[in-house]
Every structure is written in C-alpha cells, then in structure tokens.
Design a protein around this ligand. Sequence first.
Ligand code: ATP
Length: 369
Amino acid sequence: FAPWKNPSLPPIVRFEGITKRFDDFVAVNDVTLDIYEKEFFALLGPSGCGKSTLLRMLAGFERPTQGKTIVAGQDISDLPPYQRPVNMMFQSYALFPHMTVEGNIGFGLRQEGMPKNLIAERVDEAMGMLELRQFAKRKPNQLSGGQQQRVALARAIAKKPRIVLLDEPLGALDKKLRQQAQFELMRIQETTGTTFIIVTHDQEEAMTVASRIAVMEKGVLVQVATPGDIYENPKTRYIAGFIGDVNIFEGTVSAIGDGCIEINAKDGYQFKTRSSEPVAVGQQVCLALRPEKIRIAHEQPASAVNAIPGKVEDIGYLGSISHYHVRTAPGERVTALRANAAHTVERPISWEDGVWLDWPVDAGVVLTG
Ligand code: ATP
C-alpha cells in the first residue's frame, strides 16, 4: 500500500503553499503536502511546531493567510467546517456530558437531519465497531478515559466522512491503554477504509500507526516519509534526534572513494561510512548512528575500521534489551544496545567493563543539515 508512489493517483488532500500567520508570528510556513485516500497519515513534531494549526485549517477552523487547501480535487479554502468532507476528533473528546453514549455518537447525524431509523443504524454500527454497545445508555462521566476516547472516535466515524482528523486523540490515556488504543485506531481505519490524519508529538505513536509521517519543525515541513525511511534515513540532525535514540559524531570529510567516505571526527577518531548525500572533502558533516547498529563486546574486533574502545558507565536494563552507555577515551558518551537473548554465548557486560564498540560502513547515516 503505497499510493504516494503512484504518479497517476490524485491525492485526496493537497496543501498548496499554506502559510498561517498570527500577527507577526508564522505558525505554518509555506507547507505543500499531498495525502492519499486510505492513508493513515501522521503530522509529527514538538509542541508549538504548527501541526495542530495545519490540521485545523483542513477542518476549516482556521483560515490560511496564504495558500490553498484542495480536497478530492476541489478547492475547499472558502468552505465552512460543516460543508467539508472531514470530521475531527479532539484531544478533550468534547463529549456532551448530558447526553448518553448513543446521543453523543448520533449528534452530528441529527444536526444533518438524517432520518431517525438511519441514525439508529449508523450509531449501532459505530458502537459495534468500537465495542460500545453495552454502554449505549451511559453518560460520559460513567465511562473510563479509554471508553470516552472510543465514544469520541465512534462519533467521528458515524458520519462516514472521507477524512477523519485526530488531534492528539490518545493524549489523555496512560501508556498501556494508549498502546491498545493505537491498535484500535489502526483497526478502525483499515475496516472503514477512511483516510485518517493524526496530529501527535509522540514519535512512537506516529511510527506505530502511520503509513507516512510528516515531521514539522517551527512551522516548516522538514521530511515526509514512511516510518522506516524516517528512522533509517533521517534528513536532518533534528529528525535523527527526535525519532528514536541516536549517537551523533561531528567531523570533517577527509577522503572520498570506493563508494565510501572517511570522516575525521572531532574526537580524533577516523570513521568510514557510506553516504547517500553528495559531500565534498573538507565539508563539515555528522555521522548519525542508532544504538542497535553498534556492536558492543569485550574483545577487540578483527578489523580496525569503525572500532573504538571505551568503558561502560551505565547500563539501562529494559528486560528484552539493555542500553550500554560507554565513555570513550576522548570523553564522548556513546549508547549501544544489545538484546538479552537466552541463547547468547557472549560474556555478560557489566558496569565499568572495558569494551569495544564497532559498526559496519553501512550502519550510519551522514547528515549535512
Ligand atoms: P501542541 O502540540 O502544543 O498543540 P502544535 O505543534 O500543534 O503544538 P499549534 O497549536 O499549531 O502547535 O501552534 C503553533 C504556534 O502558533 C504556537 O506557537 C502557538 O502559540 C501559535 N498559535 C496557535 N494558535 C494561535 C492563535 N489563535 N493566536 C496566536 N498564536 C497562535
């Protein structure tokens, strides 16, 4: 499922040069972005980066200062929210406290003037999908946080909009419930075949649910890619650090050849790596290395390429894996990760052990931005 790779397929949502200013402040800066039908798309970024504002412009709650919003080929920039083929689920759920679960789910349909029997059918269908039938007669304050979240989602899908917008929909749930709810969102999105666009600041959440992620920073769209691509090939140092753990070595390109480049790292080491970015000798770059790409062992590796000694300073035991924080001779702190597999033949690594870190030439990503 990769509609963004099919040039003949039109996007369902197209943001065209969208800018939003609040007085002098630019909240969203010239964003151009295509989202495809049936995608589960995530807008990801830290608080204040403009992701909610972008979503609210699609819903029609904010007007762009510049640019166009096109949905299914139609410019909807001037349409009021209720005429747009989108439905929004808010972080606060915004359930009506005096209405029952049924009443809440059917609210939008009654507003539309849909015949009663059809409303009952739609409400029942949505309740069935979200396993809410036994709570039909309850009021929101008689429900747990997770159940309220499901009612809010049921209400968002009952109208069968083409696009469901989710603004931090799971923000109020604790970690375990949140993970369950993520899988539920994915199931509902797949079953209904609706386009879901979620706003989140939680990178794990975006990686779990989304087919593609747009990372925003200070109003600007920095990278749009699949979760795997963003993790393996982050475009900038900011994204590498924002998505997952990463070790960053700063340095200068000292040689190019054999499909590899050599980097003189600031700490005196020399690293050899592949680079998909075109670079020149003398250029300042960063080598980004995920902890799981670094091998940690007591024994010195046979090859001297990308091998550095150090001392274990801290161990973070997480059950299935452990993180090792290693201090290298020039004083850098490097994180490596190792699985705690039952069949491992390697000697356990303890605090203060002298160790070697090494990695293959294709383990890292060279970043110029
Ligand atoms: P969060 O996750 O905290 O909601 P966000 O990335 O969704 O953050 P937005 O809500 O889009 O961020 O806000 C982007 C910036 O625009 C923020 O700095 C915010 O203060 C500002 N902003 C948003 N709405 C308004 C408004 N109505 N008037 C003035 N500034 C606003």
